[in-house]
Design a protein around this ligand. Structure first.
Ligand SMILES: [Fe+2]
Ligand SMILES: [Fe+2]
Length: 217
């Protein structure tokens, strides 16, 4: 990766264009406000703490899906290694904190993730709930990927830019995996219809949240 720090999309129309196409590729409807990177940069300990717990939650979401749907062999086989990977991410974040003599703070309430999971309609069949859970998990991966991309491009510290680049690549893979699993167990049209609904709702959630640099979402 080039060590020169590119200009922030807020200032640079080419960067803004690249940002728009990255967001489009992930399907997200609302790009993150580029000022978020500058805010995050000023609160590294908090953002790393928040990130560490996001990785834990990602691991535990995969564990829960395996516990709830053991009859879906492909799901079990494909999510089992992701648990290990997400836990590895948690350890990587811990290492980054330790190396900088920063401390893992306390876990905060994750309004973004809670709002998404709370929006899964009640009274659905077990299988319908699975579809929504896979899509919500994919959505969280997509948004995390979008934010890691911003950090990997616009942080001042080249070591941290490289650090976040690795996360961006990995979470992009998880995003695809969750959508592939959804298409394995459900008709493609149904997956698309629900996915579109989730994308619209996610944009509403993002728009409703205050822009805070010490949080991943
Ligand atoms: Fe991760
Ligand atoms: Fe992930």
């Amino acid at each position: 990766m080039d060590n020169a720090r590119p200009s922030n999309p807020e200032m640079d129309p080419i960067a803004a264009q690249q940002q728009a196409s990255a967001v489009q590729m992930l399907g997200l409807q609302l790009p993150t406000d580029p000022r978020w990177v500058n805010l995050a940069e000023r609160s590294l300990e908090e953002v790393l703490t928040d990130h560490a717990y996001c990785e834990q939650k990602a691991a535990s979401t995969c564990i829960s899906l395996i516990q709830q749907y053991p009859e879906h062999e492909k799901l079990v086989d494909e999510l089992a290694p992701i648990v290990t990977e997400e836990w590895g991410h948690f350890r990587q974040v811990m290492r980054a904190l330790r190396e900088r003599k920063l401390k893992l703070g306390r876990q905060r309430k994750d309004v973004y993730v809670n709002k998404l999971f709370a929006h899964i309609p009640k009274g659905q069949s077990r299988e319908e709930v699975l579809l929504d859970k896979l899509l919500v998990a994919g959505l969280i991966e997509a948004r995390s990927c979008e934010r890691f991309r911003l950090l990997s491009l616009y942080l001042e510290d080249p070591v941290m830019r490289k650090f976040y680049h690795g996360f961006m690549v990995s979470e992009a893979g998880h995003y695809r995996l969750f959508l592939d699993l959804a298409r394995t167990y459900f008709p493609v049209d149904e997956v698309q219809r629900r996915w579109d609904g989730w994308l619209a709702f996610e944009a509403e959630v993002i728009a409703s949240l205050e822009l805070r640099g010490e949080r991943m979402h």
